[in-house]
Write a protein that binds this ligand. Structure first.
Ligand code: FAD
Length: 502
């Protein structure tokens, strides 16, 4: 689709996305233009994060223990040095966020109040009640608004990266009125979140359809582990798009997964039962529902603690006619988080000069095949700040004036019916449990959708097809990627899959 570029602007740095990663990056920069299709707090996954952020702040906790838990959950694909770098920054990141105005919950003595979540060896999650993401975005957005050298522009969708001489030299964005503008910049930091909304059942918001991943793919960036999509075991099973989440901290606080008779069905499936790694619990809930049985989260025994610590959960249940203090809450496993994305080092550099990534769009190797709960907000803030600092260190490298073409060949927008079909295909055939036959069928159906578009396929089609390709290319089960036709891990595949795709 050829679109005319109406005007060109210039920025010292373009940040795409105003979630935890994009806002942190902007604040750590020496001036930036932040472009986002929704206002901070109104789109993206960050404001939906309930549980909190993992950080080793307790005196008897250690980076080594946090790294060990991260590596255990990641099922052999975590890059140890990345885990050490991100986990090692936990306490400093909490302090930085507090300095930006984030109010974390504290105990009577002023120390940080910590929750426990699955697969963490101890309580390690700093939080603001059960609306931590909202609180982080609120404070970061206020700090951004107070900075004169940061220009936040909402209601614009970045549709292409501007390439010049083999490097990224800016972006092309579509305004709300449909007109296109170009912005040149020596560096572009993409922080657009993940692609979990491409599944019909998900906790992820409508913006999480892989727009930034597609931008990077089209620019020739290396991507990694696209088949690794985490399913959350406890979305409230009341319909809705996205589905309401019941944070894992509820199980950390003692919540139990029960069947229709009140029997705990995770006991016997894993020694840690409800606190087993997330992929194990997600498959347990999925198997329960597939067998026609009930799956519910029983919180009744938490008593007063429930309303005091998790007011948002209690309110969400009530909004659906459920009383969390009296009824076990029906749950289902749904797509939630993308470990795969644009391959990046811990400072966010990609394989394309001028292009940087941070947050869920990136695949740094921190999460491996299965993200440890609450490591993603930490990664988003740490990487956003590191990327900004690394970009700062490269200033002046590309001194030549970039070109300013008068038109751009932007990919088509996906038709709503096609998006609905993509989401159904991924849910049915690339879900909690996959197999070769289903994946091939998915590939076939997505190919038919792509054929409906004469030019470059929409981002959603491009990303979905690559997810299927990656899933087919891993004939084993590892972490979140479970194939019923290859149900065991295979040492041959105990490595990340990294590729350039277009
Ligand atoms: C329901 C839910 C609960 C979660 N709970 C937790 C938790 O407790 N702890 C934890 O660590 N993690 C949690 N996660 C994961 C975590 O929230 C995300 O991984 C993290 O917030 C991602 O931050 P981000 O800045 O990378 O992306 P996002 O917060 O998703 O922000 C992306 C931004 O990019 C914008 N955007 C996207 N495409 C474009 C485009 N083409 N042009 C312009 N703008 C664009 C969006 O509007 C948005 O502003 C949760 C996720 C969900 C869905």
């Amino acid at each position: 689709m050829i679109a005319r570029i109406e005007e060109w602007l210039e920025a010292p740095l373009v940040v795409v996305g105003a979630g935890a990663a994009g806002l942190s990056a902007a604040l750590a920069s020496r001036g930036a233009m932040v472009l986002a299709d929704t206002a901070p707090g109104e789109g993206g996954s960050s404001p939906l994060a309930q549980g909190g952020m993992a950080a080793t702040v307790a005196a008897d906790d250690s980076t080594a223990d946090h790294v060990a838990d991260t590596m255990n959950a990641g099922a052999g694909l975590v890059e140890a040095e990345v885990a050490a770098a991100v986990c090692g920054a936990g306490a400093e990141t909490v302090a930085w966020l507090a300095a930006q105005g984030v109010h974390f919950d504290r105990a009577g003595d002023g120390s940080l109040h910590l929750h426990r979540e699955a697969a963490h060896g101890r309580a390690r999650i700093v939080h603001a009640r059960d609306h931590t993401g909202q609180e982080i975005v609120r404070a970061l957005a206020a700090a951004v608004a107070a900075r004169e050298d940061i220009d936040l522009w909402v209601g614009v969708e970045v549709v292409a990266l501007h390439m010049d001489g083999g490097r990224v030299a800016g972006v092309i964005a579509r305004r709300a009125d449909g007109g296109h503008i170009g912005i040149t910049a020596p560096a572009v930091l993409v922080a657009t979140g993940g692609y979990a909304h491409l599944w019909a059942r998900t906790t992820a918001p409508a913006q999480a359809v892989g727009g930034g991943l597609a931008l990077a793919m089209r620019a020739g960036a290396t991507v990694a582990d696209l088949e690794m999509v985490q399913f959350h075991p406890t979305a409230l099973d009341v319909g809705g798009d996205p589905r309401p989440l019941l944070t894992e901290a509820l199980r950390g606080a003692g919540g139990l997964l029960v069947d229709g008779e009140g029997t705990r069905f995770m006991v016997g499936r894993h020694p840690d039962a409800e606190l087993a790694p997330r992929d194990v619990v997600a498959r347990g809930v999925y198997a329960q529902l597939q067998s026609g049985a009930r799956a519910a989260l029983d919180l009744r025994h938490l008593g007063d603690h429930l309303a005091a610590e998790f007011p948002g959960v209690v309110a969400t249940a009530r909004a659906h006619g459920l009383d969390a203090c009296r009824d076990p809450l029906p749950v289902t496993s749904v797509a939630h988080y993308c470990m795969g994305g644009v391959a990046a080092g811990p400072d966010g550099a990609t394989t394309v000069p001028g292009l940087w990534v941070a947050g869920e769009v990136a695949s740094t190797g921190l999460h491996g095949a299965n993200r440890l709960a609450s490591n993603s907000l930490l990664e988003a803030v740490v990487m956003g700040r590191r990327a900004a600092a690394a970009i700062d260190a490269t200033r002046g490298v590309s001194a030549t004036a970039p070109t300013r073409p008068s038109q751009v060949d932007a990919p088509a927008c996906v038709r709503p019916a096609d998006l609905a079909e993509i989401r159904t295909v991924l849910w049915n055939h690339v879900g909690v449990v996959r197999d070769g036959a289903g994946l091939r069928l998915a590939g076939h159906r997505l190919g038919a959708i792509a054929a409906r578009y004469p030019g470059a396929p929409p981002n959603e089609v491009l990303v979905a097809r690559q997810v299927v390709r990656f899933a087919l290319a891993r004939p084993e089960s590892r972490g979140a990627h479970f194939r019923s036709d290859h149900p065991e891990p295979d040492a041959v595949w105990a490595r990340r899959r990294v590729e350039v795709v277009r």
